[in-house]
Design a protein around this ligand. Structure first.
Ligand code: ASP
Length: 606
């Protein structure tokens, strides 16, 4: 028997055809001797029927029935048959093959299947087991239509990206997996060298340095669907390994890179949805994003913007604000308009938000409600009528509106305020579904300064081109993020292409000459050999697929992800290795007990 069609292919136009289908037995049911089987493969599901009363002359019905009786759920079978109409009233309008069925005239069991640990095929979330079980038997989980659709979508998206970039003169070039550590801000996964005991490779956190080298090597336009590895504490949307669409271009400015990305996104959009994506994308500056939305990747599909109140309350005899302002902090408010939300949020909800605010790091959350034209709350007594009136005006507060006021150090307070804003929007159903809003977050600083130690950290990474003198009070970085619906899809920048400038930045970041030489000597040297002006960007493939498919987690668009504890339940990694292997590498393990993978099952959402 040889397959003639897939299980998603046959239609009414195929009536009467002799076909051979092969696939998995998803469900079967027996109606008084007539057996109906849902035969599934990647392409769909076709109903195949064993009907002893309706077999072509000469068919050995008994022998056929014996074969069919050996079929169990998820076993692999091959059936020969004839395409026929379904009995009127039994068509399945949701299934593209739902008008027809295949009358079985011959059957073969190609392989048996052990009893599956969970039911495959019903897409209702309720029937799904916990995620760890799905991950342990991922090859079964992937048989589910929803997972197949995610894999198809992802493959198509990557294919479209490749097409566009090839059309625009980009070369796909692979860079090493075994290399030296790159300063992308996370811990490295390290790989011991057997040939040179005591030395280690690092798995790339991104191909950053190699792609810059490719520009020095005159490649002009590079891209790669690159696997990146970052040893970070598990978070909802993080994986130890993830995939970036990584690119780099020579002789460009920021706009050139952004134009290319917008073109790429529009091309992907057209290919996926047959729709025009609106370009150019809007821009928002980093400070503006933080101060209006409390995030450097704000979801701007809904309002709830913060309004600065620092000036308004600076003379209020309210100790808490006074202390915060004396330490350079900010006070800002968010107005839940009565018609949108304010009058739905009662006193108990306010308490709930105060508790939530504490959880996300806000020292306190103050509130005021506009009642009978006046602001009311337990703290209004600390404010003069003029100041209250000014707060009311500044916030545009009207009858029934509820104002939340956040106060504290600039960054931490806005960031926590951003979490609160998101929570309120989600609770009140203000986040529009199926609306995709791309934008650029730019006008970023070059450095972040730790308020306690005064130490400089790179805002993006140390290869970003500073926009002004490093001794200026504020140094801008030529970097930007591409954001979508409150998520950062990726970041890009112009790069330093001058060795002295690169050394200057490393100095600013606290690296001395010896450390620069040891960690980046080769890189700085490379810049001295005619490095062209260049820049690039990297976009998270997992992330964009998850957002476009409305998935909660990037694990749902990765074929074989690790679980929330960075464990692969499928192959039991990470695992111990035999002592003789460690000996060969001249490594001694100080760890004790074996990792018990079972303890990771049912890990709660963080
Ligand atoms: N390598 C950077 C990252 O992974 C992206 C870039 O600057 O191109 O975030």
């Amino acid at each position: 028997m040889r397959r003639t069609n897939t299980c998603g292919e046959l239609r009414v136009s195929d009536l009467g055809k002799k076909v051979c289908l092969q696939g998995w037995v998803r469900f079967s049911r027996d109606h008084g001797g007539v057996q109906f089987i849902d035969l599934a493969d990647r392409y769909g599901i076709t109903q195949v029927v064993f009907d002893p009363e309706d077999l072509p002359a000469g068919t050995d019905a008994k022998q056929l029935e014996e074969v069919i009786n050996t079929f169990t759920r998820e076993c692999v079978i091959s059936v020969d048959g004839i395409v026929r109409n379904r009995v009127e009233g039994t068509e399945d309008a949701r299934n593209p093959t739902g008008k027809i069925e295949v009358l079985i005239t011959g059957a073969e069991l190609l392989n048996t299947c052990a009893i599956p640990p969970f039911e495959i095929g019903d897409q209702k979330e309720g029937v799904l087991p916990n995620e760890d079980t799905r991950l342990k038997y991922r090859y079964l989980d992937l048989r589910r239509t929803e997972m197949i659709q995610a894999m198809v979508f992802r493959s198509k998206l990557v294919h479209l990206a490749r097409q566009y970039l090839e059309q625009n003169g980009f070369l796909e070039i692979e860079t090493p997996i075994l290399g030296r550590s790159t300063p992308e801000g996370a811990r490295d996964y390290i790989v011991p060298s057997r040939i040179h005991p005591g030395t280690f490779y690092a798995l790339p956190q991104s191909p950053q340095q190699f792609k810059q080298m490719l520009m020095v090597a005159s490649m002009d336009r590079y891209y790669q669907v690159a696997r990146c590895f970052r040893d970070e504490d598990s978070r909802k949307d993080r994986q130890p390994e993830f995939t970036q669409l990584d690119l780099e271009m020579s002789f460009v400015d920021m706009k050139d890179i952004q134009d290319m990305m917008e073109g790429l996104m529009a091309y992907i959009w057209k290919g996926l949805y047959d729709e025009e994506l609106k370009t150019p994308f809007p821009h928002i500056g980093y400070r503006d994003a933080m101060e209006r939305f409390g995030s450097d990747k704000p979801d701007m599909r809904y309002g709830l913007e913060f309004v600065k109140l620092t000036e308004v309350v600076k003379d209020a005899p309210y100790k808490i604000f006074q202390n915060i302002l004396a330490n350079g902090g900010i006070v800002a408010g968010i107005n839940l308009k009565a018609d949108v939300a304010g009058d739905k949020v009662g006193r108990n909800d306010v308490d709930r938000y105060i508790a939530y605010a504490k959880k996300v790091g806000l020292g306190g959350l103050t509130w005021m409600r506009c009642v009978n034209g006046q602001l009311e709350s337990n703290i209004v007594k600390y404010f003069t009528p003029e100041i209250l009136d000014n707060i009311k005006q500044t916030m545009g507060a009207e009858e029934g509106d509820l104002i939340f006021i956040i106060a504290g150090p600039w960054k931490a307070t806005y960031e926590s305020g951003g979490f609160l804003r998101k929570k309120i929007a989600e609770d009140l159903g203000l986040v529009p579904e199926n609306e995709f809003q791309f934008f650029w977050m730019d006008q970023c600083p070059m450095f972040e300064i730790d308020p306690v130690s005064g130490k400089y950290d790179a805002f993006h990474h140390p290869f970003v081109l500073p926009e002004n003198d490093l001794d200026d009070d504020y140094v801008g970085g030529a970097c930007f993020d591409l954001c979508l619906n409150g998520n950062e899809l990726g970041s890009g920048s112009l790069r330093i292409h001058n060795a002295e400038k690169q050394i200057e930045v490393f100095h600013k970041l606290g690296l001395d000459d010896e450390r620069i030489e040891r960690n980046f000597g080769y890189f700085v040297e490379m810049l001295s050999y005619g490095a062209p002006p260049h820049g690039g960007i990297a976009i998270g493939i997992d992330r964009i697929c998850a957002i476009l498919l409305n998935k909660d987690s990037i694990r749902d668009v990765i074929a074989f992800p690790k679980n929330k504890r960075a464990v692969s339940l499928l192959d039991g990694s990470p695992s111990k290795v035999d002592d003789d292997k460690l000996e060969e590498l001249q490594i001694i393990s100080l760890a004790g007990e074996d990792l018990d993978l079972s303890e990771y099952e049912d890990t709660p959402e963080e």
